[in-house]
Design a protein around this ligand. Structure first.
Ligand code: DGY
Length: 320
């Protein structure tokens, strides 16, 4: 019987379904990543692994995984996997595209709103008992409607954010590898050079995947180009942004605030300077974290495993 290793506790219904056909083992923790040595050992013994974005599937792991046929990542991003090395070893890699598009776009837009309207700060204010009287500028934030949103990385999630932004009468700019005529026609999105987008946007939203080309693409120079009133949002991958430069830009007033779902190193340390800034809204990589969507992601990852181990075509294969 083929062996499947699942690197985190996922829904019992998904595991039970896999157990009907395979010998399944689960790293039974909801919040602790599988230790590296356990992952290496299990990958070596298994025919399939169902991984999280916190698991590094690199050359070292793949070199020892002589039975492995498929790595099913429970995420749309797969920068934690050396897809090229997997392809060379004849191992299929799959991800979970499409099913999380709207949920992740909701979170990205929620960060725009939360950072602009200072929602977490206002929530703390009232809970701390600081509210003594109404006053005209009490916790006054910035408008979102009719402002300019610059989206860097206009994939499916970027386009779903554009749809939401159009509903807020926003002016939408975007920068991405190839033009998206549908978003231009449907939401009036305008394609811009990166420089132009940075200079003109009130909200700069990064959704680009992490690749060799995008690593560190937003740094000191790019923050310097943004408006002083700009709010910077990252809902893509942390290392696309030079975090030290982001801290400097916020400290020096080069930009007005930030909304962050992703960080250079995750989990971010609680002493990180970003977490003590009032004008930073930070959440722990929860872009696709609705119970409905997470269940669908788990199921899709399991269905990919089932397909490959049964000799069928995977549903959502990625290529390097
Ligand atoms: C993904 O699936 O890549 C997202 O970052 C998860 O929230």
């Amino acid at each position: 019987m083929s062996k499947v290793f699942v690197t985190r506790k996922i829904d019992d219904a998904v595991i039970d379904e896999l157990k009907k056909s395979f010998d399944v083992e689960v790293w039974d923790s909801e919040d602790e990543a599988v230790p590296r040595d356990v992952l290496l050992k299990k990958a070596k013994e298994s025919h399939a692994i169902l991984t999280m974005l916190s698991d590094q599937v690199d050359e070292e792991l793949l070199a020892h995984a002589s039975h492995l046929k498929v790595v099913a990542n429970m995420a749309v991003g797969y920068d934690n996997i050396d897809v090229h090395a997997a392809e060379k070893a004849g191992i299929i890699v799959t991800n979970t595209p499409d099913v999380l598009t709207d949920t992740t776009a909701d979170l990205a837009f929620a960060l725009v709103l939360a950072a602009a309207r200072r929602i977490p700060e206002a929530a703390d204010y009232i809970k701390n008992g600081d509210w003594t009287s109404w006053s005209p500028y009490l916790l006054a934030g910035r408008d979102v409607h009719h402002k300019t949103l610059g989206i860097i990385g206009m994939g499916k999630i970027g386009q779903a954010v554009a749809k939401r932004a159009a509903g807020f009468d926003m002016n939408i700019l975007y920068h991405t590898r190839s033009r998206k005529s549908e978003a231009e026609e449907q939401f009036g999105a305008q394609y811009k050079s990166l420089n132009d987008l940075l200079e003109k946007s009130d909200f700069v939203l990064v959704l680009a995947p992490l690749t060799n080309e995008t690593r560190g693409m937003i740094g000191a120079e790019q923050f310097g180009q943004m408006k002083e009133s700009a709010i910077f949002i990252n809902a893509g991958r942390g290392p696309v942004v030079d975090e030290e430069a982001l801290v400097d830009a916020l400290e020096n007033g080069e930009i007005a605030g930030a909304g962050l779902d992703v960080f250079e190193k995750e989990p971010i340390s609680k002493d990180h300077p970003l977490l003590s800034m009032k004008n930073v809204v930070a959440v722990p990589h929860i872009g696709s974290a609705s119970t409905e969507t997470r269940f669908i992601m788990m199921k899709l990852a399991a269905d990919n495993i089932k397909a490959v181990l049964n000799g069928e075509k995977p549903l959502t294969k990625v290529s390097g």
